[in-house]
Ligand binder design. Structure first.
Ligand code: SF4
Ligand code: SF4
Length: 298
């Protein structure tokens, strides 16, 4: 791992408050990054807001990581992550290239792939000769040597927000661009536990049952509506009530995800508990053309 212990600790000390990392979390992360025998994970960012990374870091910040988190943090060898790693620029690029040269890594992709203008709408890095590489070229190259490709969030899985509306950058999913079947962990952002779960399954060599959209059925096999505590309540006509939000745009009946059971922010709450409709963020059509607070079209 090319991140030195000193660099890493320096970074963590500076970022710990912002990331909400405890001392225990930092030690775990240090072990993760220092383990040379662990399976390698490369995490690339394309057209995205980095929200899925933030969501993932929130998981690490939990005071008592659950068993899957422990497994992940004890076994993952994160070779490249542009937000988390201390090096930037050429050293960061070289870290990614070293892992790429070895191949057989788990590739996590966050963000859609911009394909318009030969991909020149998204540049993740400059190579060792100072030449910019498009994300389109990088993700195509890195997918070719990956043992597994995991799409973190709806942007890499389906296009998501960057592909919305007129889609001026012609943003597409990783699978649409590369032709390689991906394990899709959608969401805007994806829930950290979903991503941890997927990585743990891969690291343990377990087979993962997927639906027709490449999502694990273990996570996306039931509708939000099915377990919603407001199911059966009268439909609210205005925001701010405590009834069913269907007429106010809730897409829960059309959305596969276990949010009512899992909840968010370390199980504190979730969209509908916070009195917002489900926006269907795990569905391939997200965000769609219907305003969020209107009865869903179609
Ligand atoms: S609020 Fe949404 S998910 Fe909950 S019962 Fe109503 S339509 Fe279903
Ligand atoms: S409740 Fe709906 S919008 Fe909220 S996170 Fe879950 S799938 Fe996404």
């Amino acid at each position: 791992m090319p991140i030195s212990r000193r660099d890493f600790l320096k970074y963590c000390s500076a970022a710990a408050a912002a990331l909400g990392l405890s001392g225990t979390d930092l030690l775990r992360l240090e072990q993760v990054l220092a383990d040379p025998t662990a399976p390698t994970v490369l995490w690339l960012h394309g057209s995205s807001c980095s929200g899925c990374s933030v969501s993932f870091l929130n998981y690490i910040a939990a005071s008592d990581p659950t068993d899957p988190g422990d497994i992940l943090l004890s076994h993952i060898n994160l070779a490249y992550h542009p937000v988390l790693m201390a090096p930037a620029g050429l050293p960061a690029y070289q870290a990614a290239e070293a892992a790429y040269a070895q191949g057989n890594y788990v590739l996590v992709v966050e963000g859609a792939v911009a394909t318009q203008y030969s991909g020149r709408c998204c540049w993740p890095w400059a190579n060792s000769t100072g030449e910019e590489e498009t994300f389109l070229a990088v993700v195509t190259r890195y997918v070719s040597k990956a043992a597994q490709v995991v799409c973190a969030g709806s942007c890499s899985a389906f296009g998501g927000i960057p592909a919305a509306g007129s889609n001026p950058t012609l943003a597409k999913s990783v699978q649409a661009v590369t032709g390689k079947a991906t394990l899709n962990i959608p969401g805007c952002p994806c829930h950290p536990n979903w991503l941890v779960w997927a990585l743990v399954q891969i690291l343990l060599g377990k087979s993962i049952s997927k639906d027709s959209f490449g999502r694990p059925t273990a996570l996306f096999g039931s509708k939000v509506h099915d377990k919603c505590p407001r199911k059966g309540k009268p439909k609210d006509a205005t925001l701010g009530g405590s009834g069913c939000l269907r007429d106010l745009g809730c897409r829960g009946p059309d959305t596969e995800a276990n949010c009512p059971l899992l909840k968010w922010n370390n199980a504190q709450s979730w969209c509908i508990e916070a009195n917002a409709p489900c926006y269907g963020c795990t569905e391939p059509g997200f965000p769609g053309s219907t305003p969020f607070y209107k009865f869903p079209a179609g």
